[in-house]
Design a protein around this ligand. Structure first.
Ligand code: AGP
Length: 629
């Protein structure tokens, strides 16, 4: 979703801002802009709808420069993607400029009041309200001290500016990560956070600001994660952090682990392809140090629950959105089968407004790649408020969900840049398998069963490597079917969530309509869609329901529908000519199949999107991290 980047220091910031915005592109955006403030020439804004190249073309027509500036990528919420609606937004006739991530829910009444007070609105955004609101408080400060120079302002610790920002924040309902720069004070950025991430990078005689650490690559690895309600007063040489209502706070400077900032494509054409091929390694990283063969179980350092507490769990709720919700469905099968604990999987967007009757023995897991998804965060908070233990399964270290949970499991899959989640999904499934093993071994799973599961998990990265060998076959199949307008994805048991996930991948990046169904359910409606131009992707590796799925395949063939089968070599022999195309994958235990079958479905979506000329890493309308409701 929207991204923020900022700089104040000894160098001109325009190139850094543009490069930082490019690093934030993966979050999804539809317009961008920057503002600089300099000692000689005041404040300058450039913004453009469309890709960052459009902004760069505009910048080439200007002579914008400055040692202080902020930039923004916007993902439209209020008002379409136009130049005018792009950020930064200027407040109070050019006194200041604001960039903002999040949503201001009470922007309408605030706007009415500000319009009545004479402020002139140019955009349809909620953010412009923030700009004028801060300007209105800033004008009051100016009226009291009209002669504030940059020097006297610095001598006051920028307190008048902080007061204006703080007073405005107290009027806002909603979420924000925001940065404010002032035309007449070219040495200070004021940033504030509530429900939308912001980090400050600490350099030598310079500071950076960003909505996630990726723009800081090469600038600094010293980072301060702002917490909700915090305000940062940032100059080249100083960083002051204060709580909006409670005053001064200590800025906790952390060192960013290098693997969280490796964001290059490593020679691949797209981040998505790189991330698909990384999966043997990312799975190793997720499992590293967590399998305990001597005790035939798994072990997690950060659950923050005692064995006694875990043994008393009577029900588990798994919640998340999109792909993370699909991983939750895999988790339901896993935990119920291996640990025999009843599991419910809830869309976070629904759970946050429901009032489910959950008893004391309920444990809630929020599953999320980014750790910032607004609905998942809100659902987790609601579960916490109800008194339930809430744990996070998240990829991004230090993310809001990870920080607010009682404990959790990090995926250690490294940064996922492609908007379509791939390696995070397989790591989520691996983490849930280890969790099911751990909970199962506290209950009825024998040491022999535990040891078998561990062996199968240890062999998994090599199996994924072998599954990746289907790449060339999948590419050919993609070329054959890329023109089709609807796909069905069908699977049963563990492969039903795999079918949902396969369909989501295709939809997201190729814009082809795709539906995932339990294979047998297809007869109850979706079969009406079947014709010679509607391929059905059967995820049918092997196992107890293999023959049943073959019958479903027959039903599709009888209606002239093309069949693509994802299966193991045994399965391929049994399916024979019934399928038009077969993608062979290695054999694994049924509970690990969603991880293996994810590989061909990810590749199929990727190559079909490529064939159709779609922007694989930045699909239209989508954002990597959905930080609005
Ligand atoms: C996955 O391909 C999607 N882009 C999307 O469904 C995503 O999984 C969802 O928005 C949840 O994100 P999270 O895992 O970061 O919470």
């Amino acid at each position: 979703m929207c991204g923020i980047v900022g700089y104040v220091g000894k160098f001109d910031c325009v190139d850094f801002l543009v490069q930082g915005l490019r690093r934030l592109e993966y979050r999804g955006y539809d317009s961008s802009g920057i503002v600089t403030v300099n000692k000689s020439g005041g404040m300058h804004v450039a913004k453009a709808a469309g890709r960052i190249d459009k902004l760069v073309a505009k910048l080439a027509q200007t002579e914008m420069s400055g040692k202080l500036g902020v930039g923004h990528t916007r993902w439209a919420t209020h008002g379409p993607a136009t130049d005018v609606n792009s950020h930064p937004h200027v407040g109070g006739d050019g006194l200041l400029a604001v960039v903002h991530n999040g949503v201001i829910e009470n922007f309408r009444p605030l706007k009415q009041r500000l319009e009545a007070a004479g402020y002139c609105f140019r955009s349809a955004t909620d953010t412009e309200v923030v700009a004028h609101l801060i300007a209105s408080y800033w004008e009051l400060e100016l009226a009291a001290q009209p002669d504030l120079t940059p020097k006297s302002m610095a001598a006051q610790g920028y307190e008048p500016l902080v007061r204006a920002v703080r007073a405005s924040l107290q009027k806002l309902h909603g979420t924000y990560g925001l940065a404010v720069v002032f035309r007449d004070y070219p040495d200070v950025i004021i940033a504030a956070k509530l429900g939308s991430p912001l980090v400050v990078g600490v350099g030598d005689g310079e500071h950076f600001l960003a909505s996630d650490p990726s723009p800081l690559v090469g600038g600094t690895d010293k980072i301060v994660y702002l917490d909700d309600h915090e305000i940062a007063v940032i100059t080249a040489d100083s960083l002051r952090v204060l709580h909006r209502d409670l005053g001064e706070k200590h800025a906790d400077v952390q060192t960013l682990a290098t693997n969280t900032i490796e964001v290059d494509m490593a020679g691949y054409e797209h981040f998505m392809l790189k991330e698909i091929f990384e999966q043997p390694d990312t799975l190793r990283n997720t499992m590293r140090g967590r399998l305990k063969p001597d005790e035939a179980t798994a072990h997690f350092g950060g659950l923050n629950l005692t064995a006694k507490e875990l043994r008393s769990v009577r029900r588990i709720v798994l919640t998340g959105c999109g792909t993370s919700w699909h991983a939750g469905l895999v988790g339901e099968y896993l935990i119920e089968e291996l640990a025999r604990i009843p599991v419910e999987v809830e869309y976070a967007s629904e759970l946050r407004y429901r009032n489910p009757p959950l008893d004391d023995g309920t444990l809630v897991f929020a599953i999320t790649q980014s750790g910032e998804t607004a609905d998942t965060l809100a659902a987790m908070r609601e579960m916490k408020r109800m008194g339930h233990m809430t744990l996070a399964i998240s990829n991004v270290v230090g993310s809001s969900i990870a920080k607010e949970a009682h404990g959790g499991i990090y995926l250690h899959a490294g940064p996922e840049i492609g908007v379509a989640s791939t390696k995070a999904f397989t790591s989520q499934c691996a983490a849930l398998t280890m969790l099911a093993l751990y909970l199962g071994r506290m209950r009825h799973l024998s040491p022999v069963q535990g040891a078998q599961i561990i062996e199968q998990l240890q062999a998994l990265p090599d199996k994924v490597n072998a599954a990746l060998e289907c790449d060339a076959v999948v590419r050919r199949i993609a070329e054959k079917y890329a023109h089709c307008r609807t796909f069905l994805y069908l699977g049963r048991q563990f492969n039903f969530p795999a079918a949902l996930e396969g369909a989501l991948k295709l939809k997201e990046i190729s814009y082809i309509h795709a539906e995932g169904y339990p294979a047998a359910e297809m007869k109850h409606g979706p079969i009406a869609l079947v014709d010679s131009e509607t391929p059905s992707v059967f995820i049918v590796p092997q196992g107890a329901v293999f023959d049943k799925v073959i019958s479903n395949m027959e039903e599709i063939k009888a209606r002239g529908g093309p069949v693509i089968a994802i299966t193991c070599s045994e399965g391929a022999k049994a399916i024979g000519a019934l399928a038009d195309d077969i993608i062979e994958i290695p054999t694994v235990a049924d509970f690990l199949q969603p991880i293996i079958t994810a590989i061909p479905t990810q590749l199929l979506a990727y190559y079909i999107a490529l064939e159709r000329g779609c922007d694989v890493d930045k699909p239209r309308n989508l954002a990597k991290s959905v930080t609005v409701e």
